[in-house]
Ligand binder design. Sequence first.
Ligand SMILES: [Zn+2]
Ligand SMILES: [Zn+2]
Length: 328
Amino acid sequence: MEIFAGIYQLKVPIPDNPLGHLNAYLIRDGDGGHLIDCGWNAPEAWDALQQQLDQFGVGLRRLRTIVMTHIHPDHYGLAGRLKEASGARLVVHRLEEPFIDSRYVRFERVLDELAPWLRQFGVPDAELTAFQRASMPVLSRVAVAVPDELLFGGETLTLGPYTFDVIWTPGHSPGHIVLYERSAQVLIAGDHILETITPNVSYNPQSGPNPMRDYIDALRRVRDLPTKLILPGHERPMHDLPKRVDEIIHHHEERNQDILKTLGRGELLPYEIARAIPWIGGTVTWEDLGVWHRRLAVMETLSHLEYMRWEGRVKRTSVDGLMRYRLA
Ligand SMILES: [Zn+2]
Ligand SMILES: [Zn+2]
């Protein structure tokens, strides 16, 4: 549907995933168009994307630009097929670009690094291989495409009648960007800001040293932009940017408090902390989580721990190759 003058929201299904669908955004430009994000590589998604491009009057061949908010499979997975079919130029932040190769093409090295990395934070040997390989199934959902243009953040992108400021918003992914249209007061937000869920912020071998700090800083960077309409990568559009930003920051501080409370018992491994704290609003226990979500849970716990270590609220020790955290 046309969600703002000349901007169309395309719903692209993500089969077998609780997120349900990705929101891609099409900006009409004469008889052509520009697309922000595209969905993952499943037949239902490809069909839905093509059908909606046709419906909104921009056939595949008239697509000129594909801009990625970040290269997670649910946003980037169809980029290869889409670029091949349309010849559109693919635009990605320069910090996302290396992940295309390291995660989706030559992924063995990342996998090899991951096992010892997970072990040092307490993942038991019995679960290590499952944790290490938890992202493998999603590889089939990505058809890679090489970017034509790399963004730094701070530049502008003219897409049809609109000129967007490219704002670098690391945290959920190191090279995540949002697009802000100052005169229309529209923010295309990717996974940076979602209506009811909070995007995963993981400390992992590719995240940089303090992704939670990056994320909170990047939330504050956009909080006060005059905005009438926020167009997210999942769920529904929003209107009150400062309110949602404050809610997300508050949520993360509550998670910090859950962790600090658990650390009241003494020094613990991140895996032990992740097992002990509530997940998904306290509705789910550790035993209910599948291996992919357990891995995310450990990495998200770590992003909070490293954030609080930087703030001076917790300390980290390393004994016999195991990293433990305690109250400062
Ligand atoms: Zn994402
Ligand atoms: Zn997403």
